[in-house]
Design a protein around this ligand. Structure first.
Ligand SMILES: O=C(O)c1ccccc1N[C@@H]1O[C@H](COP(=O)(O)O)[C@@H](O)[C@H]1O
Length: 223
């Protein structure tokens, strides 16, 4: 897993599906690579394809599998094909289910929690007891096809100054144009994004990946 002491900012590029965009992410300095295992997503990859792409991910860059409300069979089917470093749970998994997934897979789990208002923050503490990391994402609008990956940000002032008992990542609509403000308002030192480095849904753009990571690194205060 990326070591916070070694890098002041850790970036996860999610929904990668080509060797070219994985190489661009790794060379630009991404700490995490995300594979989406969710059939409705334009970023969906099969476990076999993820295993092929994993050959391009060097040690030290964590491979994260994004799954939505997975059954045990789904978890087993994915992990029998591809070796992952962390599971990202991006559905409505309960805290107990997060624990079960950790036990079954033997992997650390990052639980996504959707935020759209101050009340949503009350959902965080139970997950902070059981997950290894929290992913703070924008709550998907009612009726949307995807529970994440919609390119929408939330009101970052809601988490400004919050104390986090475990490592966390900021997600939701991050782009090269918004990342400096996102870091400044939330104090985030881990970022996760998908839509903001795409030229079309599911089509990552190597140039956008490089530009985002450069802008994000430049936005972190040095002291
Ligand atoms: O990216 C997807 O297709 C996806 C599908 C289902 C759940 C989550 C998904 N993506 C995650 O959503 C956030 C925010 O993405 P974006 O930058 O706003 O597009 C991020 O954590 C992705 O990993």
């Amino acid at each position: 897993m990326p070591d916070p002491a070694q890098s002041p900012l850790r970036i996860k590029i999610c929904g990668l599906s080509t060797a070219e965009t994985i190489a661009a992410s790794v060379e630009a300095g991404a700490s995490y690579i995300g594979f989406v295992f969710f059939e409705r997503s334009p970023r969906n990859v099969t476990p076999k394809r993820a295993a092929e792409l994993s050959a391009d991910v060097p040690p030290g860059v964590a491979k994260v599998g994004l799954i939505v409300d997975p059954s045990d069979d789904t978890l087993d089917a994915i992990l029998s094909n591809v070796s992952l470093d962390m599971i990202q749970l991006h559905g409505s998994e309960s805290p107990d289910r997060v624990l079960e997934v950790k036990t079954r897979t033997g992997l650390p789990a990052m639980k996504a929690v959707g935020i759209s208002s101050a009340e949503d923050l009350s959902r965080l503490p139970p997950y902070e007891q059981v997950a290894d990391q929290i992913l703070v994402d924008t709550k998907a609008p009612k009726g949307s096809d995807l529970p994440g990956g919609n390119g929408l940000s939330f009101d970052w002032s809601l988490i400004s100054g919050r104390r986090w008992p475990i490592p966390w990542m900021l997600a939701g609509g991050l782009t090269v144009d918004t990342v400096a403000a996102a870091i400044q308002q939330t104090g985030a030192r881990q970022l996760d994004l998908s839509s903001g480095v795409e030229r079309a849904p599911g089509v990552k753009d190597p140039e956008k990946i490089r530009a985002f990571i450069t802008a994000a690194q430049a936005a972190v205060p040095t002291s």
